[in-house]
Write a protein that binds this ligand. Sequence first.
Ligand SMILES: [Zn+2]
Length: 257
Amino acid sequence: MQLLPLPVFTDNYIWLFHDGTRACAVDPGTAEPVLDWLQQQGLRLDTILLTHHHADHTGGVDLLRNSTGARVVGPATETLPEPVERVSAPERLSVLGIDFQVLDVPGHTAGHIAYHTPNLAHQPTLFCGDTLFSGGCGRLFEGTAAQMLDSLDQLAALPDPTRVCCAHEYTLSNLAFAVAVEPSNTTLTQHTEHCMRLRAEGRPTLPSTLALEKQINPFLRIRCPAVQTAARQHSPDAHTDVAVFAALRNWKNNFKG
Ligand SMILES: [Zn+2]
């Protein structure tokens, strides 16, 4: 089984995995690059997994389904290009023989889901759409700060070695904000330099791992004293976990790296 990110649009990734014969595409915002890749690799598209309804994650579904007959799986409560097999937590599903657990992770959208497997090419792997990014998290378009914090806590509770397959290459701008929050976090500054080199070579910074995100991502570190202190410099009344999270999210929304 192989896993790879296919860059599309300005900063989206369509995550793909395949067993040499059959393939799965996660959040295909456009069809043509996936069809080209399938043809180049001699693969058949078996399944499309969707995390949420935004067009940059679903725009390729109709053409891909019509050209390949792929099964389409998506969140139970969002408007999606039909027909879609609807799933929600704590359901499990099998894709190319791999066992996935569905997680409900509202916040970015109201019905956002994520897919986690303990074993994709011998590593636990998470497809988290626009909920968790490397160094950051999704904007709160349809959910509350409390929902998003609960969603991120669920993801953070998954095994540390889990590969984090995010749907956008937002890492450098997220890390610039993370450094503003925690300027003395040396793991963070070293990782930022590493990602700058990767991007200078045109390479993806993803997948990340949960172990790394717990060390560098301020939205997974809201219970660390340094992060709380920084958040209170912007929102002095942020005394609960949810208030600290909301303060960070608002600060990030207005942050000009
Ligand atoms: Zn989105």
